[in-house]
Design a protein around this ligand. Structure first.
Ligand SMILES: *Cc1c(COP(=O)(O)O)cnc(C)c1O
Length: 365
């Protein structure tokens, strides 16, 4: 079957604009290692995300992995299994033990009422995810963290441009990671950023992303996670267009809502007070009353050339790479949502006609 409507489609800036942005590189030959475009992008993102500090990386995953290393966490980390592989891997790759907490059935983010029972002498942090750009219950999480002296890290890969309770999402917790992967609302092809307010983290992170180098010495067991000038140039171009892209996504999301709201068996994006969205995904949770289950719906859409994604399924705690280490049944809400959720096509230039095609196919059950 030919794919007629993909699940995502990367935004592209005007070609000439990108060419102009990179043209100086043939003169400067400064292609990576914090070049001029890299520095410009970091500055502009500090403004856009309203963060004290932004550091750029090769990708979001390494921004998260190095953040965990820089914060010197140890032992156990309480986290969610309802996320992309990256979140759990960043914890495990640091030699730490993920302790999976169940999620809230409405927000799909970590359920603060279930965190305290999981805290032990070894717990050093909470790594939570603003999944689909739905903000975590930040008050709930941060109250517990403060009481127990835990660090709070947010995987904000889906939350670029989100505001919550009159604050930009980057201002919550000790550290947030944003993914600038080609599939995300704002992208640098591959890329990622970290936001934080502790100024002492900056030199450490910048050393760690460059093999741990500090002058001639190597002070950390780092890695290579630097963003190149070509990627930064893409970011500078896309940043100029991101507000327009978000406005288009909003219109697309509202068109879906108009067709799907009130349909029995479909749970849509939650209404959350104080939330300003950036419409990164359009998740629907499909329960029995709908008449067809999630897998049947996905197959039915695929037959018509429409790609929807089982995102996130399976839970990270069910991956074969961790076989025998975790019990996915310990997080029953997450397990249920993972079986029922489907992300419908969502991108800035998704047309009204395509949305109607998706909704017609979905509702023809
Ligand atoms: C995309 C994503 C990441 C990883 O970001 P990359 O930039 O692809 O490395 C991490 N967590 C979540 C939830 C993501 O969606």
């Amino acid at each position: 079957m030919d794919i007629k409507i993909p699940v995502i489609r990367s935004s592209m800036p005007p070609f000439e604009k990108y060419v102009e942005k990179i043209s100086g590189l043939w003169q400067s030959r400064h292609l990576t290692n914090a070049g001029a475009l890299h520095e410009q992008l970091a500055k502009k993102l500090e403004g856009y995300l309203e963060a004290d500090h932004v550091s750029l990386f090769t990708n979001g995953h390494l921004a998260l992995q190095l953040g965990i290393q820089a914060l010197e966490l140890s032992g156990e980390v309480i986290t969610t299994p309802f996320t992309f592989a990256s979140t759990t891997q960043a914890i495990v790759q640091n030699g730490l033990k993920p302790v999976f907490c169940d999620i809230d059935p409405v927000r799909f983010t970590i359920d603060p009422s279930k965190i305290e029972a999981l805290i032990t002498q070894q717990t050093s942090a909470i790594v939570a995810v603003h999944v689909y750009g739905i903000p975590c219950d930040t008050d709930g999480i941060e109250t517990i963290a403060k009481k127990h002296g835990l660090k709070v890290i947010y995987d904000a890969a889906h939350a670029f441009g989100v505001r919550y309770m009159d604050k930009p999402i980057a201002q919550y917790g000790d550290y947030s990671m944003f993914s600038f992967h080609a599939t995300k609302v704002f992208h640098t092809v591959e890329g990622g950023g970290a936001t934080y307010s502790d100024a002492t983290l900056k030199a450490k992170l910048h050393s760690m992303r460059d093999f741990g180098l500090v002058g001639e010495d190597v002070a950390y067991v780092g890695t290579n996670a630097k963003m190149s000038e070509f990627h930064a140039a893409m970011g500078l171009c896309n940043l100029d267009e991101v507000d327009e892209a978000i406005a288009k996504r909003k219109a697309a999301s509202e068109r879906y809502d108009a067709r799907l709201n009130g349909i029995r068996g479909l749970q849509l994006f939650p209404q959350i007070e104080g939330l300003v969205r950036s419409y990164s995904y359009y998740p629907v949770v499909i329960s029995e009353e709908f008449g067809k289950d999630r897998d049947e719906v996905a197959a039915m859409l695929k037959e018509q050339g429409i790609l929807a994604r089982k995102y996130f399924y399976p839970l990270t705690s069910a991956f074969s790479s961790y076989q025998g280490q975790f019990a996915p049944g310990d997080t029953p809400v997450a397990q249920k949502i993972a079986r029922q959720v489907l992300c419908l096509p969502m991108y800035a230039d998704l047309t009204s006609k395509d949305i109607d095609t998706v909704c017609n196919a979905l509702l023809a059950r």
